[in-house]
Write a protein of this length. Structure first.
Lengths: 95, 95, 95, 95
């Protein structure tokens, strides 16, 4: 099932500045081959649900390996079977 | 990776009353064997991330089969490797 | 506007264990007089949107006062004007 | 309290295509004077929490006026008092 997700990964207990960890997350998402786009509050990702969630799990596993003891993660997504729609289509529909 | 998730599945375009669909979601979650608990705004589920996300995908697939053309879903979760913690442990820690 | 919200407040940078902070959050919500119910992944709150969000802001302000430099917060909510519905009604509709 | 929020407003029961409603939401946010940026899964907004939440409430009220009987809304945000940070700063810290 194809989804368009908005993902936010929050490392807990490692200080208020977390950009070091988010750069690792970005690298893993980038290597996944999934279509994505970072924004100030998260990352939009598009792809098969199993591929997206496996990538999210890989990101969390990497942060644990880096010493992050606890991670909070939000993922909201939509799926539709009434028509094909990409992230670009969603924005274009508002023009 | 074990996660404790808060899940909310929102069927779009099928009227304001969606309890018929949420009952189906509950039945699929119940049949998954995962530990879960419904609350007024969603469902808490606990288990391996791959099992939880496969169950969420099964719920969405079922709603599409029932004629829901578009679904919005939120899933927030936490994972920790500093200690083992269940949903019950989380509430108990506040007592 | 009346809303039924699911709230999760995540203190960042203060260690993996945050129950000390969540107890403060609970006390502030309790003192607000709003109808609420904690669950393993957050707190459901019901009331006028301005009252709910003022309470959430008071919780965040308290955590900052306690030394939490950064806070991540999720609040999902629903509002409907087609009928009156409480948190209890939502669960009852699934029976 | 200044927040940087990621907002998603989901009109329920009015069909799978909701761009007509999201354009109204955009107009209300635009008129608020708050700094914002739409992305494929939502809108990032920056400002005082009371101003942001009043704007979100105005959006929901408008949709109800347009005949949307039920609305689901997600708002995740962060607040920090350890340093001043804008949406642009957040993205820049990843470069």
């Amino acid at each position: 099932m194809k989804i368009i997700a908005d993902l936010c990964i929050v490392p807990m207990g490692v200080g208020a500045s977390v950009s070091r960890y988010i750069r690792e997350v970005r690298d893993i998402i980038d290597a996944s081959g999934l279509s994505y786009e970072m924004h100030p509050n998260g990352t939009n990702i598009e792809g098969e649900m199993a591929a997206v969630t496996a990538t999210v799990e890989a990101c969390c596993a990497k942060l644990h390996d880096m010493g992050v003891g606890r991670i909070f993660c939000t993922m909201s997504f939509s799926t539709r079977n009434d028509k094909h729609q990409t992230m670009a289509d969603k924005l274009a529909s508002l023009a």
